[in-house]
Design a protein around this ligand. Structure first.
Ligand code: C5P
Length: 219
């Protein structure tokens, strides 16, 4: 079985950036599991499916084709053949993904699809339940955290760089609401695996976090 490094944590803790760099340094594959939930959210909105219609959302999960395509430095995500990378990153898509992710049948439908990414030489799996549910036997597990304020600041800076202006307080509120929803849901609530190494990234630069994570992986 190929090795897996799971990197879980709340949104904005730096999982995406850290996972991508670590995967590149190790020469391993990278699974952005949040993108799968976001892709279902985008497909559901394209199909005008109401977020309260659980059975339609479950059907949509089975029907949605998601492909990851590397394009230079960036990773494009195709949803049913259409490049949806930009739409996927929207705050509204994140909220939609979080609502959809609370449906047990949706999570079950995505389970095997996520496990299929575990191929040689190894996988860095980024998400919320990578170490607890999807790859419980992973030899390397990390849980990244950061204060809500710090995560909101990072997101605010990111959006500003993209030319998107958002109110900081609204962003902080949205992040805290999403955290609460992710932590309190009945299925796969956000929590560190018992054997995960906790790393608080507040006030630490990306390079230091990457070094810490790489230090945990022995191959
Ligand atoms: O990580 P990202 O912000 O892209 O994830 C979007 C949403 O998808 C999260 O708020 C969470 O509710 C859900 N998610 C999940 N399990 C994962 C990855 C994401 O429930 N493994």
């Amino acid at each position: 079985l190929s090795p897996v490094l799971t990197i879980d944590g709340p949104s904005g803790a730096g999982k995406g950036t850290v996972s991508r760099i670590v995967a590149r340094k190790l020469g391993w594959h990278y699974l952005d599991s949040g993108a799968l939930y976001r892709a279902v959210g985008v497909a559901a909105s394209w199909a005008d499916i109401d977020t309260s219609d659980a059975s339609a959302l479950v059907r949509c999960t089975f029907d949605t084709k998601v492909q990851f395509a590397e394009q230079g430095e960036s990773l494009r995500v195709l949803v049913n053949g259409t490049d949806a990378t930009d739409e996927l990153r929207l705050e509204t898509t994140g909220a939609l993904a979080s609502a959809i992710a609370a449906i047990p049948e949706v999570r079950a439908a995505l389970k095997e699809r996520q496990r299929a990414f575990r191929v040689l030489p190894g996988l860095v799996a980024d998400g919320r339940d990578m170490g607890t549910v999807i790859f419980p036997d992973a030899p390397f597990k990390v849980f990244l955290t950061a204060s809500a304020e710090e995560r909101a600041q990072r997101r605010h800076k990111q959006l500003k760089e993209k030319g998107v202006s958002v109110n900081f307080d609204d962003l902080l509120r949205e992040i805290m609401a999403r955290d609460a929803r992710d932590a309190q849901r009945a299925v796969a609530p956000l929590r560190p695996a018992e054997d995960a190494v906790l790393i608080d990234t507040s006030g630490i630069g990306i390079d230091d976090v990457v070094a810490k994570v790489l230090g945990l992986v022995s191959v």
